[in-house]
Write a protein that binds this ligand. Sequence first.
Ligand code: ADP
Ligand code: MG
Length: 249
Amino acid sequence: MENAQNMIELNHLRKVYRMGDEKIVALDDITLNFEKEKIYCLAGKSGSGKSTLLNMMAGLEKPSKGNILFNGQRFDQLSENKLARFRQKYIGFVFQSYNLLPTLTALENVTLPLIFRAVPKKMRDRKAMEMLTAVGLADRWRHKPGEMSGGQQQRVSIARAFINNPQVVFADEPTGNLDTKTTAEMMDLITGLARRDRQTLIIVTHNLDLADYADYLVQIQDGSIENMASRHSNLVYQPGMAAAEGEKI
Ligand code: ADP
Ligand code: MG
């Protein structure tokens, strides 16, 4: 059960979507732990449940069954308001399609999470410039998303995800729309920031090559975890393995 080294604990998580008469089991009885300060790559085919799992760990969707413990806090014990504030404080999210507001400048987009937390403007702008500098875009702070390349827009969205110094950053196919060279740059950047600030980072991808950047590779198939292995392919978890055994490493 609860373990101080764990950032996220998933207990018998299940998600069923209903489409008319049809029942889609997106996640089927997932029990798994994610450790603090580690980088995870969550890989699986399209439709395997990656986004559903990520959204659920980020508190954006509710499980049909089971529960999520985020740094010891059960999501289902928080009110909607508290959950929203909890997310703003502890969670950063990077999307495949960047999700920047088109009418705002790079700087304004990066400051958004601080506005929600009522940080004074001067401090917001200073922090946002620091983040834009960290992602190599200090000279583009006035640019709007439409005036930047895909890679630059993803850099802005990474700056936005990290600006609150969240405990966990989730990234859902962050390089899905980018070429190979930009993908490598983006992976270096996002994993570098997470290592520097000792955050937990969970990256969803269908590109297994990206597992090289992670401490652990988690493979998901048809809503079930196939296995979790360390960078050197040592198996850490497989369904049916005793819980205690899976927690040792
Ligand atoms: P992935 O991100 O791995 O491609 P998803 O988590 O998006 O997979 O989807 C897992 C399964 O759940 C798929 O079969 C998908 O069609 C279904 N699904 C996801 N979201 C919804 C939804 N809002 N309503 C109905 N079915 C959904
Ligand atoms: Mg997806």
